[in-house]
Design a protein around this ligand. Structure first.
Ligand code: PLP
Length: 369
């Protein structure tokens, strides 16, 4: 039995007629940049996921850049970012000339460790990028207490956590703003690039609206230096077709995760902890094993696709070499990068496929552990 790591074609085949009809309507009405489809998507996003307000944007990195501008970060400022995440979590900080200050993670949930965040604060610290990695909400109470104490601007990178909540509050509404990505492989993926910017704060939101379109509230009058981070009409139209399915897809991801959590028994395998404060939407199901590479080869030989998400922590990426981190600086993130392996977890997987992954992982023979 073949189990691909991810197969986007199944979902797109199922929605093909509806998606193409929506695209045709957008095409015929020439609603190419923002417009009624994007307005409609923003409204549906807010209603479906309980946000007071949200802006559609051109990618998941765009709102991270906008958020860094609105945090008031600049040269000489430090902003705390977890070392184990996708690189975009740090890009916004770098784009405005501020310095990412990478902190280590909690081994059980792969999310930022509040104790290490507190220890990383200096007089120059201006903000925190909290990432809800793999769909699992981070420890917001602890992080927000630190942020309040030190007057930090809190950006929640929710790119992998659409539909997740922390003690009942949707992610992205606990800090000063949230950022989402609709990259095709995300839990809600467009057919191209897309992102969103919700905020609990009306003032932050209004400034983000300006920054999204050339700093312009009134046509051709520019109140501040802005960007072109508009969402395409086509993406708005497609996301409108897909959004009604998100709850079902998320429930299926959670079902698959529950099957893995109950069935995986391989010695030495560690599974992500499921804390009581918020249920993961399982963008990934990432486990660790001391013989990760051998396990990965074994799964590949048995036609099971896996991925390494992520192989290198941010503080050891070439792009951030000048910050002077060395191997050993952030040991938990480094250990996770060296031992993690992500298993297939997309909604269209069948129970038979999931059980095949479980059986195969459990039959792996580790050598001299
Ligand atoms: C995907 C992702 C982003 C960036 O999204 P793009 O749409 O690719 O720009 C940011 N942060 C995290 C954690 C992501 O997974």
């Amino acid at each position: 039995m073949k189990v691909p790591f991810l197969d986007l074609s199944l979902q797109h085949k199922a929605l093909r007629e509806q998606a193409l009809a929506a695209l045709a309507a957008t095409y015929d009405a020439t609603r190419f940049c923002l417009g009624a489809d994007v307005d409609g998507f923003e409204k549906a996003f807010c209603t479906t996921l309980s946000y007071p307000r949200a802006l559609g944007m051109s990618s998941g990195t765009a709102p991270l850049h906008v958020a860094a501008v609105l945090g008031g970060f600049g040269p000489g400022d430090e902003v705390i970012v977890p070392a184990f995440t996708f690189i975009s979590s740090a890009w916004g900080i770098s784009y405005v000339g501020a310095t990412p200050r990478f902190v280590d993670i909690d081994e059980e949930t792969y999310n930022m460790d509040p104790v290490k965040v507190e220890a990383a604060i200096t007089p120059r610290t201006k903000g925190i990028v909290v990432v809800h990695l793999f769909g699992q909400p981070a420890k917001m109470d602890e992080l927000l207490a630190i942020a309040r104490k030190h007057k930090l601007f809190v950006i929640e990178d929710c790119a992998q956590a659409i539909g997740a909540n922390y003690k009942g509050t949707p992610v992205g509404l606990l800090g000063d703003c949230g950022t989402f990505s609709f990259y095709p492989t995300k839990n809600l993926g467009g057919c191209g690039e897309g992102g969103a910017f919700p905020s609990a704060r009306a003032d932050v939101f209004e400034q983000a609206r300006l920054l999204r379109v050339h700093g312009m509230a009134r046509r051709y009058y520019h109140d501040r230096v802005g960007f072109n981070y508009r969402m395409d009409g086509f993406q708005g139209a497609l996301l409108n077709v897909k959004l009604p399915h998100l709850a079902t897809w998320t429930a299926r991801r959670q079902e698959i995760a529950a099957r893995y959590l109950a069935g995986l028994k391989l010695a030495g395998l560690r599974m992500p902890l499921q804390p009581e404060y918020g249920r993961s939407v399982f963008h990934q199901f990432t486990v660790t094993h001391p013989q990760r590479d051998a396990l990965r080869d074994y799964l590949a030989k048995n036609d099971i696709g896996t991925d390494l998400i992520y192989p290198v922590p941010l503080h050891l990426q070439n792009a951030y070499q000048e910050l002077g981190y060395k191997p050993g600086s952030l040991p938990v993130a480094e250990k996770i990068c060296a031992t993690c392996i992500s298993l297939p977890i997309f909604p269209e997987l069948t129970d038979e496929q999931v059980d095949h992954v479980i059986r195969t992982v459990n039959s792996f023979q580790a050598t001299n552990p």
